[in-house]
Design a protein. Structure first.
Length: 165
């Protein structure tokens, strides 16, 4: 982490703030750490481990975004990117485009991720329908959908944990 107001702490994974920081700077630091935790090559052993990073990155959007996490066969991150951007309460997601991007990344698996600007991460019926369509489309090209995570300021909901997958 290359930030002037942050230095490494005595224990691995800890940091000291060396100067006064604003709330905006703290959020920027948190987002930089979250992006680093979802960077290429990082292994995602349990989707729940990614929740806090995804929440930091997506909870403040005022519109819905759909951002898959493409993984290799060892569940290491290949790419995390915003594919679709919507309105305050919906985003159009096109299975064909998700499949094209997954194939371009040579993904073996994917964790689907989108946010709810309302703050409530409870999946909607539309969320469940598009997840099923994506699972079927990706399954045709042997790409597994491991989870679909809905991010809100009140937390994250996992389709896998709720038994929707």
């Amino acid at each position: 982490m290359n930030h002037r107001k942050l230095s490494a702490g005595e224990t691995t994974g800890t940091y000291r703030i060396t100067d006064t920081v604003t709330e905006s700077e703290l959020l920027s630091i948190a987002k930089a750490f979250a992006r680093r935790r979802l960077a290429k090559g990082r292994k995602i052993t349990q989707p729940a481990l990614a929740f806090e990073y995804l929440q930091v990155l997506l909870q403040d959007y005022e519109h819905e975004v759909f951002s898959p996490l493409f993984l290799d066969s060892q569940h290491r991150v290949i790419r995390f990117e915003e594919l679709f951007r919507g309105t305050i309460d919906s985003a159009s997601v096109y299975p064909r485009e998700v499949v094209k991007r997954a194939l371009a990344c040579n993904a073996a698996a994917v964790i689907l991720v989108h946010n709810h600007p309302s703050g409530d991460p409870e999946p909607s019926d539309a969320d469940r329908r598009i997840t099923q369509r994506l699972k079927e489309a990706l399954g045709l090209v042997e790409i597994r959908v491991i989870d679909h995570i809905v991010v809100g300021s009140q937390g994250c909901d996992s389709f896998a944990e709720q038994g929707y997958l």
